[in-house]
Design a protein around this ligand. Structure first.
Ligand code: GAL
Length: 456
């Protein structure tokens, strides 16, 4: 189970940037001494296109005759996510048996514990080989501090560049150089449900055409069944932030949402407040233990038939896949969050290569593997996500993800997320989370609105 620690503010952005700059300076000195700061330290040239299919690479190593140890820091310990990471690691180990993987998670949904750990390790010049991070604006702090290696030549060969979706490639180079390798595309605007609970309540999910229609359906479920209408977690702020994101798109559309992301909260006061009010109204129907559970613990209520709906990214579908006797179509189903039909609200994860890297060659191998057909074909079907490469075959993806892939291809808009860092800087994200940690519990629309006007 995850432990959704509230994001710590122990390092302010200013401190981080300053100290990160110091790290970069030290790195330059290490470079003069011949230490490995920015990639291969063995003088060998490795070509990312050696293998033709982006998976098979020459057997170079860290210069000592062995592939070395690759330390991977990530937050995938929750239902289904652990299995997906494991499948990826197994594929990697088959491809690169010379590298020993040190799987070192920092548990906490939506990275609620990882960032602080990574920042302090980077400040101490003791980074792991690689860590999980959202591409896009979430990378800003790290690129500004110059603590990520430019992997444009060593990892992003022509083969990868040709295969990736253009928008995802853009997110991998937020400051000009390629610094990240995206592995997956999650959809955030989902409404999952337990089929029997909705049938018992007489609720037709196909009729839910707006966020307020969902509120009416929850009232019906509360009066017709013993089930919790909506499974949710309020232990950490991110799940309510993302719920508000989806409700905002549902009531006002993508252009208004994007305008809010651009900082124009007051210009959209009515929509922002309406969305907050709906989330406050939904909160009446959350599980009683919402304040003390992680997202996957809340989702267990849907699996057990104790809860009707869940708003989450489709990592929740990874948990359903891992559950026994809980099948798509008969036991669980999905509609786009009411009012957001043509929208694919994108959340994507990537891995990066910090400077002062303890295992440059092994890290490059890992990143190339994350960018390969084989890696993405093993990982995504289990994770509940679709691949950012366009050439990964459909076969392993099953009916739910095949439908998500089609929805993605046919979508009118693919906005980025606040709660999952792709659409706002870490500073803005942290301000929004501050507003929502009070909102979770107070459900005070006016004061939260005021905080949001200052957050962006
Ligand atoms: C997201 C991440 C997903 C999933 C989720 C829940 O931020 O992109 O892969 O892990 O958090 O923890």
């Amino acid at each position: 189970m995850t432990n959704d620690n509230t994001e710590s503010d122990s390092l302010t952005r200013r401190q981080y940037v300053k100290a990160g700059g110091a790290g970069a300076a030290t790195l330059a000195i290490a470079g003069c001494l011949g230490g490995g700061g920015d990639g291969d330290d063995d003088g060998e040239t490795t070509s990312p296109d050696d293998g033709g299919d982006g998976t098979t690479q020459s057997g170079d190593d860290n210069g000592g005759g062995s592939g070395g140890e690759l330390e991977i820091v990530h937050w995938w310990t929750a239902g289904g996510e652990e299995d997906a990471l494991q499948a990826l690691v197994e594929g990697f180990e088959e491809e690169y048996p010379d590298v020993t993987v040190n799987n070192n998670p920092a548990p906490g949904g939506a990275g609620s514990a990882l960032d602080t750990e990574i920042q302090s390790r980077i400040l101490n010049e003791d980074p792991p080989s690689t860590f999980q991070i959202w591409p896009g604006k979430a990378l800003n702090t790290y690129t500004e501090s110059e603590v990520l290696v430019d992997i444009g030549d060593s990892v992003w060969g022509e083969e990868m560049r040709d295969a990736y979706l253009e928008g995802v490639k853009q997110m991998s180079q937020p400051a000009g150089d390629y610094v990240a390798v995206p592995l997956n595309i999650h959809r955030l605007n989902n409404l999952f449900y337990n089929v029997s609970v909705l049938e018992d309540a007489g609720v037709d999910p196909g009729s839910l055409d707006s966020p307020s229609a969902l509120l009416d359906a929850m009232e019906t479920i509360a009066s017709e069944t013993d089930a919790t209408p909506m499974a949710h977690q309020t232990q950490a702020p991110w799940s309510s932030v993302q719920l508000w994101e989806s409700v905002l798109i549902g009531v006002a559309g993508v252009d208004v949402y994007q305008d809010v992301l651009d900082g124009n909260v007051a210009a959209n006061e009515d929509a922002v407040k309406e969305a907050l009010q709906l989330v406050a109204d939904y909160s009446e129907y959350f599980n009683e233990d919402a304040g003390s559970v992680a997202w996957d613990e809340a989702n267990s209520g849907v699996i057990q038939g104790d809860a009707a709906f869940l708003h989450q990214g489709d990592w929740a579908a990874g948990q359903y896949k891992a559950a026994e006797d809980f099948e798509f179509g008969t036991d669980w189903e999905h509609v786009p969050f009411p009012g957001t039909g043509g929208v694919y609200h994108v959340v994507t994860d990537s891995f990066v290569m910090p400077t002062s890297n303890p295992s440059p060659d092994a890290t490059e191998k890992w990143l190339r593997y994350c960018g390969s057909v084989d890696g993405q074909e093993r990982f995504n079907p289990i994770k509940g996500s679709i691949p950012p490469r366009t050439d990964v075959p459909d076969d392993e993806f099953g009916p739910f993800l095949t439908a998500q892939r089609e929805d993605f291809e046919n979508s009118d808009a693919q906005p980025p997320s606040i709660a999952h860092g792709t659409g706002v800087t870490p500073e803005v994200k942290s301000n929004v989370e501050g507003a929502f940690s009070s909102f979770n519990g107070s459900w005070n629309v006016d004061s939260t609105y005021n905080e949001l006007t200052n957050a962006f």
